[in-house]
Design a protein around this ligand. Structure first.
Ligand SMILES: C[S@@+](CC[C@H](N)C(=O)[O-])C[C@H]1O[C@@H](n2cnc3c(N)ncnc32)[C@H](O)[C@@H]1O
Length: 491
């Protein structure tokens, strides 16, 4: 019967051996069982000590290779035989030959010891210690010279979080379920407000400082620092479902629409109050704020465009994700002077389905003035085929948020070029990209394995210039200051 390792059996369940095995015989160990000990037998014959390879050994006997040219027969008495394991010789004494057999051209002799028993337990212990000694010390992947400030801050943050954990657990035990997990109670609102003003402020300050301390590290140092950070903090940070999903990437890529939903809609999620507080705190970092403020920038651009254009508009959202900006825009019943057609383009069917489900109720009342089209396709095709959008006509506004940060420069230029080709005369393309100064990079990279192609404003402008030489370019800033847009204006 196999028993899970963690289950303790009671005496009534314990079994002995089965079949003939019930007749106890000392266990035989072959040399592989005794690895890494070097095992041999030394035979004193004709005044000489001759070594022979040991095949197996037990408390009361051994089998070994018999030296060439020396006769042997069952029943022979051997005056002196020693069994040696490395430098240890636990048996030296008389023995009697019990068997002689041929194994692939070698004579193998089985003997029983006639002196004291061989202490096999001690040999097994020696084997374990030697195997341990050979395995060497555990690799200290976290060790690097210097970087004291980084290490101190990470350790401090760990202690800081460990102090909060029991305090929040106590509070959690006092509060009813609806305050913790429900919606709309004044106590819940007060709790969130309090955590936002205390714990979250401190954690964001820690995150910013740790990020600053991590800058300039060499690749080898970065690797060790990542181990340091993970050993101290990962188990605490991963309690937040938003952090866990971002780190684990169930769709195989970072920033899927469910991760975006945490940032837009669900800042206070988690199975425990501590997990919720961690979610809330990392929801307040500059990178999370940038996601919301770049969405706000697009929303206000759309609002202004709809309110000002006397003629029908066409808009294209590339890598549209959950389309939060459109949900908020249409839920607020914007002023519209003419009909608008909007294409949402994303490779993820689930993201489009989610956007469709949420947009339908807010867009239906605006019919026939708003037409939504959902395209489940990839920018890979768009880069190859600049005519992909021709059937839809040219666009007054094309925007891309949270996409170029993942594209290599050559791809970014190629995509921007094909997008600009789809812009109507007088229309614009807006392309966002995070800048290297993003102070949230430490936890994004070290804990969430979320690496972006950060670009300076000059690099972003350069991509636009290469994609659309001679066009009017402008940098637009969203509120966080780390996620600018380049605006490409077609004459
Ligand atoms: C970080 S999210 C940004 C979503 C949205 N623009 C926002 O800011 O909320 C990135 C989106 O890009 C989409 N995406 C990634 N690679 C793509 C590709 N090759 N073609 C089309 N969409 C892509 C993903 O499916 C995801 O919805």
């Amino acid at each position: 019967m196999t028993v899970p390792l963690h289950r303790v059996r009671n005496y009534e369940e314990l079994e002995g051996a089965q079949g003939r095995e019930v007749f106890f015989r000392p266990q035989r160990y072959c040399t592989t069982d005794l690895y890494p000990l070097h095992c041999e037998v030394l035979l004193s014959l004709r005044g000489r000590e001759r070594p022979g390879a040991l095949l197996d050994v037990s408390q009361n006997g051994a089998a070994f290779e018999w030296p060439d040219g020396i006769p042997v027969a069952v029943g022979d008495h051997l005056e002196t035989l020693a069994v040696r394991f490395d430098d240890h010789e636990p048996y030296r004494g008389e023995a009697r030959v019990g068997s002689v057999r041929n194994l692939n051209g070698t004579r193998v002799v089985g003997v029983s010891f006639e002196g004291p028993l061989l202490p096999i337990d001690g040999i097994l212990e020696l084997r374990s210690v030697k195997a341990f000694a050979q395995s060497g010390p555990p690799p200290a992947l976290w060790r690097t010279q210097g970087q004291e400030r980084f290490k101190a801050l990470v350790s401090d943050l760990r202690l800081y979080l460990e102090d909060w954990e029991p305090q929040l657990r106590r509070l959690e035990s006092e509060l009813p379920w609806h305050v913790l997990h429900g919606e709309g109670s004044p106590a819940r609102a007060a709790l969130i407000e309090k955590l936002r003003k205390t714990m979250a402020v401190e954690i964001v300050a820690f995150a910013d400082e740790i990020d600053a301390a991590s800058r300039g590290a060499s690749p080898a140092e970065t690797k060790a620092m990542m181990h340091w950070s993970r050993r101290h903090l990962h188990h605490l940070l991963m309690q937040a479902p938003s952090m866990h999903r971002a780190a684990n990437k169930p769709f195989g890529y970072p920033g899927d629409y469910e991760v975006m939903r945490f940032i837009y809609e669900k800042p206070f999620e988690g199975p425990t109050l501590f997990a919720k507080a961690i979610s809330l705190s990392f929801d307040q970092t500059r990178a999370s704020c940038a996601v919301r403020s770049r969405k706000d920038l697009i929303k206000s651009e759309l609002t202004a465009l709809l309110a000002s254009s006397p003629r029908p508009l066409r808009i294209l959202a590339i890598a549209s994700g959950p389309a939060q900006e459109l949900l908020e825009l249409f839920a607020e019943r914007p002023e519209m002077r003419a009909p608008v057609e909007i294409i949402l383009f994303d490779q993820d069917k689930g993201a489009l389905a989610y956007a469709y489900r949420r947009l339908k109720p807010v867009v239906d009342p605006l019919q026939p003035h708003v037409k939504m089209i959902y395209l489940n396709d990839s920018i890979k095709r768009l880069i190859r085929d600049s005519t992909l959008f021709e059937p839809f006509g040219a666009f007054d506004l094309i925007y891309s948020v949270g996409l170029f940060d993942y594209l290599r420069t050559a791809t970014a230029v190629g995509l921007a070029r094909n997008l600009v080709r789809c812009v109507a005369p007088g229309g614009r393309a807006l392309i966002a990209n995070m800048v290297p100064e993003n102070p949230s990079r430490w936890y994004l990279e070290y804990h969430l394995d979320w690496w972006l192609m950060y670009r300076t404003r000059a690099e972003l402008l350069d991509i636009a210039e290469r994609a659309a030489p001679g066009t009017r370019l402008r940098v637009l800033e969203e509120q966080s200051g780390i996620n600018p847009f380049v605006e490409i204006q077609r004459e």
